[in-house]
Design a protein around this ligand. Structure first.
Ligand SMILES: Nc1ncnc2c1ncn2[C@@H]1O[C@H](COP(=O)(O)OP(=O)(O)OP(=O)(O)O)[C@@H](O)[C@H]1O
Length: 455
């Protein structure tokens, strides 16, 4: 049992009000919190009877019914204090010795609820922020190849990484621009800070601005709460603007202002926020041509083009194929549970003579497609041919088959989709390989009734 002096000290120190009656309803004790909340002194209250002063209150109810009462919202009899109370009868050895009520001032509860709401909203914001913040996944160790052209790129990129300069990565699709962006961030003094990537071509124009700069509540219909943009998320870290060549002119102007002023406004906000972000931009489009055609701002081009790195296409560094295929075989053996040891000389020659329009991404796809069903330990020329069909026109024409052009077109699309996959990214790559727009590819898929899971 706790000594009486301790029990008294506990009752005196709690923040909640406590009031106790005897079996007849005479108030025999109130603690200091009760006097603070209600403004009624101890001496006054302990002269009262609960049935007189507050006959419908929680305490009287618990005493009368012999049952606990909880969450009872009421005004304390004899005061204006609005409270939420819990009361219980005090029963010892089946005898009712009285009742006790504990309550808190409603404004305290409202204050707590408000604080809880505020904290929940902060936690929600932080968790969205954390959900979007990524670390760089790759380092220069992940960049495979030792051809002079690639080595030059690694050298410039490593030097650029040490500074905060803006880097423009150019090169065909699949040449490793994103890989380099990760590696540069990882080798930079900002490596512990966020690495945020955004694909400017994958987001509709109307949404891109708010994705980049965020917005405030009420900025437009549907903006129910503030949203943090990629620039803010990347603060003190690196922002990777992929496919920058696809950004519209209006946004290009806004981006230029941010890069010049080092500050931005959320959509719908008048407040300006300073920003410290290192920019790495990339595109597979010819920015100089776009500038000449008036589709890309010249001033933005020069602002981005502080350090320019042009990644070589795979067909121009075929000496890297041995390293790359070995690396991919090891990776895919692990992924697919295979024990492939390598490629035959003949197949390696076939890879060398292919022109790899989809570059390393295409090589990865081809290798994976072959290895999924490969039973032998070595990958042979025969395994490669169906996958490199697009680049072996000589063999195709040698077959001497004559077919209707549209039939040929259908076959070619089916083959390309087989290589690139039926996902949106796969279709994009297929369109690129076939040198048609994505919209044209979709039209042809429809026209020829080509079965694709994402039609
Ligand atoms: N030198 C390399 N060594 C190893 N893997 C590479 C190399 N270059 C590219 N890759 C791999 O090839 C794939 C495509 O690379 P990445 O996405 O970086 O290309 P990209 O130039 O950004 O393409 P896109 O322009 O289509 O966005 C990735 O899986 C990447 O890891």
């Amino acid at each position: 049992m706790l000594p009486l002096i301790m029990i008294s000290a506990i009752l005196d120190s709690v923040q909640e009000a406590i009031e106790v009656t005897d079996p007849q309803g005479n108030i025999i004790y109130v603690n200091p919190a009760f006097c603070r909340i209600t403004g009624i002194p101890f001496e006054v209250r302990t002269k009262e009877n609960i049935y007189n002063i507050s006959p419908d209150g929680a305490l009287a109810l618990a005493l009368r019914t012999g049952k606990p009462v909880s969450g009872y919202r009421t005004k304390v009899g004899g005061s204006n204090a609005e409270v939420i109370s819990n009361a219980v009868p005090i029963i010892v050895n089946q005898e009712t010795l009285g009742a006790v009520v504990i309550f808190q001032h409603i404004t305290d509860i409202i204050k707590l609820t408000d604080e809880l709401k505020r904290s929940t909203s902060i936690i929600r914001d932080l968790s969205t922020k954390f959900g979007q913040v990524t670390e760089s996944k790759y380092t220069f160790n992940h960049v495979i190849g030792s051809s002079p052209a690639l080595k030059d790129c690694i050298k410039i990129a490593t030097m650029a990484a040490k500074s905060c300069s803006t880097v423009l990565l150019l090169g065909e699709s699949g040449t490793g621009k994103e890989l380099f962006a990760h590696a540069i961030h990882h080798a930079s003094p900002r490596r512990e800070k966020p690495f945020i990537a955004i694909n400017c071509a994958a987001i509709p124009d109307a949404l891109l601005e708010s994705e980049l700069f965020g917005y405030v509540r009420g900025a437009f219909t549907g903006a129910m709460k503030d949203k943090i943009g990629k620039f803010e998320l990347a603060h003190s870290g690196t922002l990777f603007l992929d496919e920058i060549g696809d950004m519209n002119l209006l946004l290009q102007a806004k981006l230029l202002r941010v890069l010049q002023e080092r500050e931005f406004e959320r959509v719908g906000d008048t407040r300006t926020n300073p920003i410290d972000v290192r920019i790495i931009a990339a595109t597979n489009r010819n920015l100089k041509h776009l500038v000449r055609e008036g589709k890309f701002r010249e001033d933005l081009y020069y602002r981005l083009n502080v350090v320019e790195i042009v990644l070589p296409p795979l067909r121009e560094r075929t000496s890297d194929l041995v390293e790359l295929t070995n690396y991919l075989i090891t990776k895919l053996n692990r992924k697919l549970g295979k024990k492939v040891t390598g490629l035959t000389k003949e197949s390696l020659n076939a890879l060398r003579s292919y022109n790899w329009p989809g570059n390393i991404r295409e090589l990865e796809n081809v290798m994976e497609r072959i290895m999924v069903s490969l039973e032998a330990q070595e990958l042979t020329y025969k395994d490669l041919v169906p996958h490199l069909g697009i680049c072996l026109p000589v063999q195709d024409s040698n077959r001497g088959e004559i077919m209707a052009l549209d039939h040929l077109e259908k076959q070619m699309i089916e083959r390309t989709l087989k290589i690139c996959g039926h996902t949106v990214a796969g279709k994009k790559q297929a369109a690129f390989l076939l040198n048609i727009s994505l919209a044209t590819l979709y039209n042809k898929i429809k026209k020829y009734h080509i079965l694709t899971s994402n039609n």
